[in-house]
Ligand binder design. Structure first.
Ligand SMILES: [Zn+2]
Length: 323
């Protein structure tokens, strides 16, 4: 037994780290040119939906393990969002890190995920706890939109017992294993009937994107097909009264990602990831008032808007509580 353990430590683990670190070399993909005009939204200004309000929270921080990249990577925030909808009540977009991260730290992650990421979440920063602090009850959430099913986007999903869970078609199949950063224990309790899988394949083009689905049929939230980071990834364009906001999920991991052609190998389909990134860039150029909130970047959030409430945890985002 002792021999086996020594073999594992001396040979297998270094090989695994070497193989995983290969995943983090730069991978430059220029990708195809996106369309030059907007589809489905003829004017650059979208019709705003009165009564919509977006809350921005931060549930903790992640960074790529220095074991892999050789030098300390920046800590990135792990946001989660609540939309107050005039007809649908509370709608959540991504749930952030779960309370088990505050309790157990990185030990809560699958051993392979633990090799890839460091993660931190102060007690009480999971989304349901922060909602309760802000007088919003998790039981009142009607819809939870999950950009994808990685561990840092589904934590806290367990609290939304009355909700319909919305994902891109194919994402549920991909998310059944804890390998590759998925965290099925937060979603495995959800009955089949409580899922709504969005099939983008027949949906019309929207803005600069190849497919968009009007979630409630009222123009308030349009879901946009992703698919580069994980198979069924999606983003949401929210038509707030003060102007549209793109909740990008990990279609745009952070602004460095958006500005670079490096898709950083943390994608399932590099060509698709680059295609979607280019479409977001084109949209930003066509609609300068659009606010983009990436999956792991809270820089440049607007202030002083009644329809976009930035909570304290989001303002303080960017480094672990211990530092
Ligand atoms: Zn993520």
């Amino acid at each position: 037994m002792r021999v086996h353990r020594a073999t594992l430590l001396q040979f297998v683990l270094p090989l695994l780290v070497l193989q995983l670190s290969a995943c983090y070399r730069p991978q430059v993909v220029v990708g195809p040119d996106p369309p030059a005009v907007l589809a489905g939204a003829p004017a650059v200004a979208w019709p705003a939906v009165q009564g919509l309000r977006l809350h921005v929270f931060n549930t903790g921080t992640n960074r790529v393990s220095s074991l892999l990249v050789g030098s300390p990577a920046p800590w990135r925030p792990v946001p989660a969002f609540v939309i107050e909808h005039p007809g649908k009540g509370l709608v959540v977009f991504d749930c952030g890190l779960g309370p088990e991260i505050a309790r157990e730290g990185g030990a809560a992650l699958h051993p392979v995920t633990r090799l890839l990421f460091e993660t931190d979440s102060p007690p009480g920063s999971d989304l349901p706890s922060q909602m309760r602090e802000s007088s919003m009850l998790p039981a009142d959430v009607s819809t939870v939109i999950l950009s994808h099913l990685h561990f840092d986007h589904v934590g806290g999903a367990d609290a939304f017992r009355r909700a319909t869970f919305v994902v891109g078609l194919g994402e549920r199949e991909a998310g059944t294993s804890r390998m590759n950063g998925f965290e099925p224990r937060h979603t495995s309790w959800i009955d089949d009937g409580a899922w709504r899988d969005i099939d983008f394949s027949r949906a019309a083009p929207y803005a600069t994107f190849d497919h968009g689905v009007d979630l409630f049929g009222d123009g308030s939230i349009t879901l946009i097909a992703g698919g580069g980071h994980t198979q069924g990834g999606l983003a949401a364009l929210v038509n707030l009264p003060g102007g549209p906001v793109l909740l990008a999920g990990d279609l745009v991991v952070h602004f460095d990602w958006l500005e670079s052609n490096d898709v950083q190998r943390i994608v399932g389909s590099p060509e698709r990831a680059a295609d979607v990134r280019n479409r977001v860039r084109r949209l930003a150029a066509l609609a300068p008032t659009l606010v983009i909130i990436p999956g792991h970047d809270l820089a440049g959030l607007p202030s002083g808007r009644g329809d976009l409430v930035v909570h304290r945890s989001a303002l303080e985002a960017g480094r672990p509580a211990a530092n």
